[in-house]
Design a protein around this ligand. Structure first.
Ligand code: HEC
Length: 260
């Protein structure tokens, strides 16, 4: 901003930079940034160990993210078994009948009337406590339900819980890191962008959690926004730490203005 645009009464001051900070401030900022960085790395490690391999494959992937929020709706364990290893124990039309019942949400009324007789006849020989085999019990509604639930991912309720905690928490951390980072000496466009980025990223990330419940394609948005948050914090922290300890004030104030 050029000085002639400022009202005459506005005092012309040079913005504070890290080299204007007292040693006490520098120690405070450094300690905070180091702990915040460590907290972020811990969060990453926690994320990795919590979600790694949800989809059955090692490593945290977009599929894990999709399955966490959207669930695996391709079928229930019962349906996969009926189409796969158990296919030989049931006739096709009976299987299709059970699959239709599953897709309608596996209501109890129909279970008693139509489904239980089929399972009793064809499956319970092996699938009951009496058989002595360690197999899913298929002799009562409650136990059949355990292999008949469609997995729709994290519930909306717990998503709301996690997102409000994240929004409050991350907004405060982003504010604190941003308050330190404002002392950095950088081209203004770069500094402004980097200051806004964590806020935009966290908003997008959390919006995408909800969108992923609706369509798993948004798992990509979750991953990209999460990556942007990490990248912008890493840059803010590393640039700040570097400038706190290594950037020296150049001789005249004009020389700083020339950078803008
Ligand atoms: C002759 C014994 C026998 C009969 C009859 C039988 N099963 Fe099984 N079932 C097994 C065994 C053994 C396993 C575990 C090994 C496997 O998954 O192949 C199993 C596994 C399953 C599983 C668990 C799959 C998973 O996700 O782990 C389901 C569900 C299942 N059966 C359903 C049925 C249904 C429905 C029927 C009737 C149409 C049926 N089974 C009939 C022996 C049987």
């Amino acid at each position: 901003m050029s000085k002639k645009n400022q009202p005459a009464t506005c005092p012309v001051t040079r913005p504070r930079r890290f080299y204007d900070c007292t040693l006490n401030e520098k120690l405070l900022y450094t300690s905070f940034l180091l702990l915040a960085g460590l907290a972020y790395l811990m969060a990453l490690a926690y994320l990795y160990t919590s979600y790694d391999g949800i989809d059955g494959k090692p490593g945290l992937s977009v599929e894990d993210v999709a399955e966490n929020y959207y669930g695996n709706r391709s079928g229930t364990r019962l349906e996969s078994a009926l189409r796969g290893p158990m296919a030989g124990y049931i006739k096709t039309e009976r299987r299709d009948y059970i699959v239709k019942w599953l897709q309608s949400g596996a209501p109890q009324a129909d279970y008693e009337r139509l489904i239980k007789p089929m399972l009793d006849e064809q499956c319970v020989v092996c699938h009951s406590a009496a058989s002595g085999l360690q197999l899913p019990d298929l002799s009562s509604y409650e136990s059949v339900k355990q292999v008949a639930n469609v997995d729709t991912g994290v519930s909306l309720h717990s998503l709301m819980k996690v997102s409000h905690i994240h929004l409050f928490g991350i907004a405060l951390v982003a504010l604190a890191i941003g308050l330190v980072f404002r002392f950095a000496l950088l081209p203004s466009w770069f500094q402004h962008t980097l200051t806004l980025l964590p806020f935009i990223a966290i908003f997008t990330d959390i919006a995408a959690w909800f969108l992923t419940k609706w369509d798993p394609i948004y798992a990509y948005t979750v991953v990209i926004a999460g990556g942007l948050l990490g990248l912008s914090w890493a840059l803010q922290i590393l640039i700040s730490l570097y400038q706190i300890w290594f950037l020296r004030c150049r001789v005249t104030i004009e020389s700083e203005d020339n950078d803008h």
